[in-house]
Design a protein. Structure first.
Length: 552
């Protein structure tokens, strides 16, 4: 007996320190879990409903969700959103809601209300709140209905648009309640559109009421409205069917007009690119008579300059383009002056040799870029303020990058006109272009004018490269896609005439974009080229022929 007692005492002495160590190790974890649990409590007014959400069966969840929507505000959106995407769980031990999230390829969980990661929680500690397609549809509409009372008018309008395709009884009741007191005119108009869609589909209402609602729908270009009207054309009621068909015809006419405007915008956008690409060529060709086959590579250098600037300013992409514009002008302009000083000036008056020399230079520049940057295309990021589009209506929107480039090309054109009209360089350029020998006899340094003119034209081509980098990938062959079109613009507008270059660039851009949907991209380019050939047969000097003795 004494030996047994002694053995028990020894065993107890060994176990007590181990138990104490385990308690000390688990204390911080328990304390951290307790603090997370306290911070992850739902608001007091919905706490009982949240608890019911974790205890109810799948077929009993919808009434609970309706009660949560009725007593809550925008703070309920994260819960609805997580549940709709199947990411909502609760901790078995204390019924606290958590959301599943992915970070660095690892599945983690954070408190729904505390937004704090819970690394100590494992999948065994959790149970998923199940959801089916019926609940997902309800949650989608519930999120939109909650947003109907948001402070921002844009959020409210987006919520109404989201609900147009899912107009159930709860949604209509909410819209009817909010419609009279909606302060924003645009949001109220969209709400009225949703209510008109509901009225038009109610077969128990008088035909006159439904036809009035259909007439209201005929003023909208929303896809959901057109779908609703298309559905109404299959009804047996001849009056409703006729009214829906008339509304669809009216909408189709408006859509056709906006499609025309959309094509016109893309034509102007292409014209602005052609203007930037060809305006420098018009100057060098008009003043010096040089057919510069390396002009496309000046565009390419400007695009690569934009790429390098973004590599040097990775944290300032929104401002990098303002650095890239003068940098591209200087890089391409400097290369242009170097080419003129080393090659072009020795071949003055020999157009065939000049053409071959500049073609060789273009190949050298392409290979140089391939050696430095590799033959692969490079992606240039657009600033945030140039991303997205300006939505005028559901069928017509203007992409911001093309809109900015259109405005930028016109600005460059105006600045160049002012330089040529108001500066001494412009005076000398105009003098040399009209009569080189007379200008040289009057003391004008024609060699310096040639270098500056070639540098100016090449610098503007570099700016065109900056614009093109926002529309397409940057690669060694970028300039080759625009050199032929640039020559066509210059010849069509009139050699050396800036106004002719402006008119020709936009005319060819618009014509190309209107031909493409009918004939395809390749055939449209061929038709434009054939038109240019026929045109110069009748007017060899272009739309606006150059005046002066040099033109004779």
């Amino acid at each position: 007996m004494r030996h047994l007692l002694a053995f028990c005492c020894c065993l107890l002495g060994l176990l007590l320190p181990l138990a104490h160590c385990a308690e000390t190790k688990q204390a911080p974890l328990a304390q951290g879990a307790e603090s997370n649990t306290t911070a992850n409590q739902p608001p007091a007014n919905i706490a009982p409903l949240v608890l019911d959400l974790t205890q109810a069966k799948l077929n009993k969840l919808l009434p609970i969700l309706k009660q949560l929507e009725a007593v809550s505000d925008e703070s309920m959106v994260p819960l609805f959103h997580a549940m709709m995407h199947g990411d909502l769980y609760f901790i078995k031990a204390n019924r606290q809601l958590v959301v599943a999230t992915e970070e660095s390829g690892q599945r983690l969980y954070k408190g729904l209300y505390s937004h704090v990661l819970m690394p100590s929680i494992s999948e065994d500690d959790l149970k998923k709140i199940r959801v089916n397609n019926r609940l997902r549809g309800y949650l989608r509409n519930a999120i939109a209905r909650v947003h109907l009372t948001a402070a921002s008018p844009d959020v409210r309008e987006a919520a109404v648009r989201e609900l147009l395709a899912h107009l159930d009884k709860d949604t209509i009741a909410t819209l009817e309640r909010l419609y009279p007191n909606e302060p924003n005119k645009k949001v109220k108009e969209t709400m009225g559109l949703a209510l008109a869609m509901n009225t038009a589909s109610q077969t128990n209402l008088p035909d006159s009421t439904r036809i009035a609602a259909i007439d209201r729908l005929s003023t909208s270009l929303e896809n959901d409205v057109r779908n609703k009207l298309t559905t109404l054309t299959y009804q047996d009621n001849p009056a409703i069917k006729s009214a829906a068909q008339t509304a669809l015809k009216h909408i189709a006419q408006r859509v056709e007009r906006f499609n025309f405007l959309n094509q016109l915008f893309f034509g102007l956008s292409l014209g602005s690119v052609l203007l930037l690409a060809s305006i420098g060529l018009a100057i060098t060709f008009g003043v010096m008579g040089v057919i510069n086959m390396a002009h496309g590579e000046m565009i390419m250098l400007g695009a690569y300059t934009t790429y390098v600037v973004q590599l040097m300013m990775p944290n300032y992409i929104d401002y990098s383009i303002w650095v890239a514009i003068p940098a591209a002008f200087l890089v391409s302009g400097s290369v242009g002056v170097l080419i003129e000083r080393l090659v072009i000036r020795h071949l003055h008056g020999r157009p065939l040799e000049t053409l071959l020399a500049t073609f060789g230079i273009s190949l050298i520049l392409q290979q140089l870029v391939r050696t430095i940057f590799s033959p692969l295309n490079r992606q240039v990021s657009s600033p945030s303020w140039m991303s997205g589009s300006w939505e005028i209506n559901p069928v017509f929107s203007l992409t911001l990058n093309r809109l900015y480039i259109l405005a930028f090309s016109l600005l460059v054109f105006l600045v160049l006109v002012m330089v040529l009209k108001k500066t001494s360089l412009g005076l000398n350029v105009r003098a040399v272009s009209q009569n080189r020998n007379m200008a040289k006899a009057m003391g004008v340094r024609t060699a310096w004018v040639d270098a500056m003119t070639f540098g100016l034209g090449s610098g503007i081509a570099g700016i065109a490269g900056v614009a093109l980098s926002q529309l397409t990938n940057v690669g060694p062959n970028l300039g080759q896609d625009y050199i032929i079109n640039s020559f066509m613009v210059v010849v069509f507008g009139g050699v050396g005439n800036l106004l002719g270059t402006l008119v020709a660039a936009f005319s060819l851009g618009i014509a190309t974009k209107f031909l493409e949907p009918v004939t395809g991209a390749v055939l449209s380019a061929i038709l434009v080229l054939v038109f240019i050939i026929l045109f110069i047969q009748k007017r060899p000097k272009g739309l606006f022929p150059q005046k002066g003795r040099a033109a004779e």
